[in-house]
Design a protein. Sequence first.
Length: 600
Amino acid sequence: MFQTFEEKADGSKGPERLAALRARMAAAGLDAFIVPRADAWQGEYVAPCDERLAWLTGFTGSAGFCAVLADRAGVFVDGRYRVQVRDQVADVFTPVDWPEVQLGDWLTERLSPAAVVGFDPWLHTVAEVETLRNTLEKKGLSLRTTDNLIDPIWPDRPAPPDAPFFAYPIENAGETSANKRARLAKTLSGNGQTAALLCQPDSIAWLLNIRGADIEKNPVPQSFAILRADGTCALYARDGRADAIRDHLGAGVTVHLLDDLIRDLAALTGPVLIDPKSTPRALADALAGAHVATKDGADPCALPKARKNPTELKGMREAHLRDGAAMCRFLHWLSEAAPKGTLTEIDVVTALEGFRRDTNALLDISFDTIAGTGPNGAIMHYRVTNRTNRMLKDGDLIVVDSGGQYIDGTTDITRTMGIGTVGADERRCYTRVLQGMVAISRARFPKGVGGQHLDALARAPLWADGMDFDHGTGHGVGVYLCVHEGPQGLSRRSQVALEPGMILSNEPGYYRNGAFGIRIENLVAVTDPAPFPGGDAHRALMGFETLTFVPLDRGLIDASLLSPDEKAWIDAYHADTLARIGPRLDGAASDWLKAACAPL
């Protein structure tokens, strides 16, 4: 099994660990210390050695941070984790609703002027530090860089990852690293920049056509890189990890020890492009200390990586058909096993991974499968453990959010199913969520439109019924890379214009605390601009190509709430699913698919 079911952190040890941290703070002359979820690469997922927030507090969500003062400790989490955090942390920690409450405001309200707030400069970005500094200094407080205070009190801290990097085949990448580097270098040179500091492992993986095994379920190589305006690149990694790919990297890429990065940064002549949103404060300080001029800008790999080339899109389509067939076999199994009343959430997770393994192409799952039934379904990023494992009961809904990592693509799909006889209220809520998913799927939009412009389409049916959900409608997805990829997204905060080739999730939801949860998710790709039939001849519009083909639970759809256009889309989607997935199934699973895809 790629997934395990033990508890990943122990919140009961929070009080003693908090006391030890406060002793270190006092010795360092600090009035506060910030413990982020992030590692030096600012990724959403971190290696076990970097799970400092979970070790201290017991909170295992993928976003959040803790601000520790002498008399209180706030754990800041967004809307996805507000149920989870209260279940995981001891009462010495106070959950704080973030971003509604900003860290700087929280600190200035609780600390006296002249207080000193400490932070590890490797674990905070340039932008993050400057935002906090500006707020604190207005009130007379100051920020101070310090060594990490968690590591000395973590006696059994795991070792850093040490798996070798490996090459990603050109037949899957669709473009050579040399060509990618030349394209980006031309832009750097045109902007008068001598180099770019790359701090995102998935950007480096894309640029150099390599992958790694440093983060569970995300095949990225923990490394930094310097891309120069002549197209050459220096890769920095821990000793020996890149040895196996030296020939693959070619003459234009040199390999260096991670410990040499700061020395080599100091030897650069500027201006050097840095992304304030992903560059650790420690590296920016190293450049500033050596008087190397810098220029703020976006990671130069981010947008090119997001715009999938034809080879990548072809691979993603095939990966989703393969994965869709495995999902259909799973749903057929669930339809027969669930009514017996003996299934648990762990049984569901185990079975689904088994069906994906049966493809003989699964390299990993793309994240821990979320399988929450009844009230567990209302925990948006629920991870079942032996302690929380719940039986599937008649009348329950079960949310199953999962995905696979294949050499040709990364998948992410959510389906919500009803167990036995489900109430009318649950069916109404499910249908409202489905209407939002359909609205995004049918959307057409001009060049320049960003995710923030489309997000309301997914929420409007819920809003009309007095409901909403506390997460974005969709995130970007990589190709055999991170299942959560920027800069594109579908959310109120996503200002990046959508461009052809970008892949996003389309996943509205609804969560009733203590009762049930609903989420429906397909992946979609932004299509090339095309004239709209009957529209302005000069106005080409983009749209979305659906990549995910797995039936929706027809038993949960209240067709009386649907418009004729919505019914037509659902029927067409099911017909397409049957045509694409049907040839990949046989026997009872094939018969199940035909029934599941019948017209409304």
